[in-house]
Design a protein around this ligand. Structure first.
Ligand code: BGC
Length: 385
């Protein structure tokens, strides 16, 4: 990735593992414990941490995503995971896909189905990190490892691939303060993500660490299921209460929310849309940034994250523990599980000035896709050709 990486203040929840060997030693102890439990007849299914060491390339990877409103999942994450699994397995490995469309119960049934279908491993982006725990437990009981993707699912997961999510929030919050200046006269509205997603709390904490004591936070809302329709209703309420012209900036946790917020502000007739943040570098968000309607987004390299998950999944299933260790050098605790091997990719702030170095350099979009007729003069203005 050619993009400039924003400074990486490590989140307090993340530890960089001292040595790969230490975890390997722990894994060996864990597998010894599993063997002794098995020999007592406690479990003849085996511990998922040691699942299928003899598996070859002929594997099935279950991939589960949480919603369809957020474009990244079906546009980038899933296709990249699928491609990488094929690449790593000489085209013999396959994926099974399910999207729960914001429904936690549906997602649990989808996991149950994948367990019944005996997939070899699951890559899971949870709708609700707590509600998913019993389904994760069932997969573990069946000897199917689970790699949590992007959101830290609860229950006995075997690995985690995400971004430094607190840093995502810091990048968003800092961008607003840098643009507005540090003054209590600046009134900011916070439109956070879903309470069922642990990332949303990290984004909010990160953003607050930059905003608090520097600006005034006039209103703050959570957005159930990250649903832009919910964000629209919340923003309409804010505008009715404060008046559209009394909002100096909006912290919008992702681009779906940012789109809804900007629509409401425009409908309310603001002369100029105040700075609004976002996340995910959706194509329409990048275009809004060019036209000046959205101030920034956070670009998270989905191909990097997807490849990491695919590599971890294949290494895990094939019992290549040293490779798995090398891929997961961070360690994180969930409320139910300690020392989860993790890989956390750094996020990047995307503004008008680094579109070329981020989403274009990484081949997420072509200039042609971004610079349609409507945005031609905006593209010319920043020399995007
Ligand atoms: C992801 C974001 C996404 C949001 C809504 C979060 O967990 O990290 O990239 O926009 O969920 O799906």
């Amino acid at each position: 990735m050619n993009a400039r990486t924003t400074s990486t203040t490590p989140s307090t929840r993340i530890r960089r593992r001292a040595t790969v060997l230490r975890r390997t030693a722990t894994a060996l102890v864990a597998s010894a414990a599993a063997v002794s439990l098995a020999s007592c007849g406690v479990s003849d299914i085996g511990d998922s941490a040691e699942a299928s060491p003899t598996k070859g390339d002929d594997i099935t990877v279950g991939v589960l995503f949480p919603d369809k409103d957020t474009k990244r999942y079906e546009q980038f994450d899933y296709p990249n995971i699928k491609k990488k699994i094929a690449e790593l397995t000489d085209n013999k490995g396959v994926t099974k896909y399910a999207n729960a469309d914001k429904d936690a119960e549906t997602q649990n049934s989808q996991i149950d189905q994948m367990v019944a279908d005996k997939v070899d491993i699951i890559i899971l982006d949870a709708v609700d990190s707590k509600a998913v725990a019993p389904a994760v437990q069932k997969a573990d009981d069946a000897g199917i490892p689970v790699i949590a993707y992007d959101r830290l699912a609860e229950g006995p997961i075997d690995g985690y691939v995400s971004f430094d999510n607190e840093l995502v929030g810091q990048v968003q919050g800092r961008a607003l303060v840098e643009d507005l200046g540090d003054s209590a006269a600046n009134k900011i509205v916070m439109m956070n993500g879903s309470p069922s997603d642990p990332n949303a709390a990290l984004f909010k904490d990160g953003a607050l660490s930059e905003l608090q004591d520097k600006v005034t936070i006039s209103e703050s809302f959570d957005t159930k299921d990250w649903d832009p329709k919910v964000a629209k209703v919340n923003m309409e309420q804010v505008v009715a209460k404060l008046g559209a012209d009394n909002i100096d900036a909006v912290y919008a946790a992702n681009d779906g929310i940012a789109g809804a917020v900007i629509d409401v502000l425009k409908t309310a007739g603001v002369a100029k849309v105040p700075p609004v943040t976002g996340q995910d570098a959706d194509l329409d968000a990048v275009q809004r940034i060019l036209s000046g309607d959205q101030y920034m987004t956070v670009y998270k390299s989905f191909p990097t994250q997807a490849s990491a998950a695919a590599e971890m999944a294949v290494a895990k299933v094939q019992g290549r523990s040293i490779e798995f260790e090398a891929l997961a050098r961070d360690s994180i605790d969930s409320p139910t599980t300690k020392n989860i091997p993790a890989q956390l990719v750094p996020p990047v702030a995307l503004t008008k000035n680094n579109i070329q170095d981020t989403v274009i350099a990484d081949e997420i979009y072509t200039v042609k896709q971004i610079c349609t007729a409507e945005f031609k003069s905006d593209c010319d203005a920043v020399n995007l050709k």
